[in-house]
Design a protein around this ligand. Structure first.
Ligand code: ZN
Length: 404
């Protein structure tokens, strides 16, 4: 009799053990992650403008400067954050480039190129999630419009800049209220400001400050609404950007047309950086001429300093021109800078640094952290959602600084 009681007791204990073990796993799977990217939001904009919502995120969470990858351009960096890989490892090596492996040119304005999965290497976080049974929703992150390795997020949208920012916020709010079995746990969204206004009006302008304040008000609307949801306490929020912005010095403008014959190159992508695909026989001559051009540094791809993590991918041009901060480079017969400011420079330049705010149950509170490399985003999201990461360039130590 006594033996039977002990047996029943042990059996109940085992059932309870498995119940709690599995329910504690369920609670992890019950987490949500919402990531917003504000394009070109420079790390010091919150000090230049009235941003009470971002300030409150810093008080209840963590804030850090977010260091872009080189080149500090939009597509390379959004896809670096999504895959945890440097552009040299994920293949989207600039906003404009020639891919020898595909014999095709990539430009961000060419829909056919942007939709071609052959350009996108590595595994974006939404595919890591979906592959492991976690639904993902995506509003415009670079790469989400394409089936990379045959997969896409459960919910995604073709880019349309006419959709008002508030509508995008409302979609995220609606997706968080879908029936539980359809509800995504990883939600990523994108807003193309204050990049556009920063290019046109310069980062120090009143117009840029006003846009930063409008975006902060949009965040206030979003957080006021999301706080009403039952699942609010289970959502980890991240607000970040891809790079900063630097005003041109007009006197530093360089037109390579004054120095080099354009027909000695197979492909030229000017701007910041400038990618020059020379005919091999002309490379040394072009390199020597470029050494004498003011306000730029020209590198052979195999001699690019290692801190840039750039130059090993076959798509990187055999000569790479990195302009000094504030210098714009073109390679045209009749040309002048189209904008007042830009980015794409050395990713360690202070004016290229982006923002990173994280608030929610998984993050430390009220801490200003040292600068974080943006390739850590992939590994961070894997930790938050308990996903097995694909190979990536993130570091456990840097990610650990953010987490409770
Ligand atoms: Zn950008």
């Amino acid at each position: 009799m006594k033996k039977r009681i002990i047996f029943v007791f042990l059996a109940i204990s085992a059932v309870l053990y498995f119940f709690y073990a599995s329910s504690s796993q369920d609670s992890k799977a019950d987490r949500y992650v919402v990531v917003l990217s504000l394009d070109g939001f420079r790390s010091d904009y919150p000090e230049m403008a009235h941003t009470p919502t971002l300030d409150s995120l810093e008080r209840v969470g963590v804030r850090a400067d977010f260091r872009p990858c080189f080149p500090s351009v939009t597509f390379s960096n959004h896809y670096a954050m999504a895959t945890g890989l440097h552009p040299d490892h994920h293949g989207l090596i600039n906003n404009f480039f020639y891919a020898e492996d595909l014999d095709k040119i990539y430009t961000i304005g060419n829909r056919e190129a942007v939709a071609n999965p052959g350009f996108y290497e590595g595994e974006p976080i939404w595919n890591t999630a979906e592959r492991q049974g976690v639904k993902a929703a995506n509003y415009y992150w670079v790469g989400s419009e394409t089936a990379v390795n045959g997969r896409q997020p459960s919910i995604w949208k073709p880019f349309d800049s006419d959709v008002p920012f508030k509508n995008r916020a409302d979609s995220i709010l609606a997706w968080l209220q879908l029936p539980e079995e359809e509800r995504p746990h990883l939600l990523m969204w994108y807003i193309e400001e204050p990049d556009a206004i920063g290019h046109r009006a310069t980062p120090d302008s009143t117009a840029t400050r006003q846009m930063v304040e409008e975006l902060d008000q949009l965040l206030n609307y979003f957080f006021t609404e999301v706080r009403q949801l039952d699942i609010f306490d289970r959502i980890d929020f991240i607000v970040l950007s891809d790079h900063g912005m630097a005003t041109y010095y007009p006197e530093n403008y360089v037109n390579l047309n004054d120095y080099l014959p354009r027909d000695s190159f197979d492909h030229v992508f000017d701007g910041v950086p400038t990618l020059l695909y020379t005919k091999e026989s002309y490379r040394e001559t072009a390199y020597q001429i470029l050494q004498a051009v003011p306000h730029i540094k020209a590198y052979k791809k195999e001699e690019i300093p290692s801190r840039f993590n750039y130059g090993t991918h076959p798509r990187v041009s055999n000569l790479v021109v990195v302009p000094e901060i504030g210098t714009y480079v073109q390679f045209r017969a009749d040309a002048a800078p189209r904008y007042a400011a830009t980015h794409g420079y050395d990713n360690y330049e202070p004016s290229m640094q982006a923002i990173f705010y994280a608030a929610g149950p998984s993050f430390k509170t009220g801490e200003r952290l040292p600068a974080i490399a943006n390739v850590n985003l992939y590994l961070l999201i894997c930790k938050l959602l308990e996903l097995d990461p694909a190979p990536n360039d993130g570091t456990e130590e840097e990610v650990a600084l953010i987490l409770k």
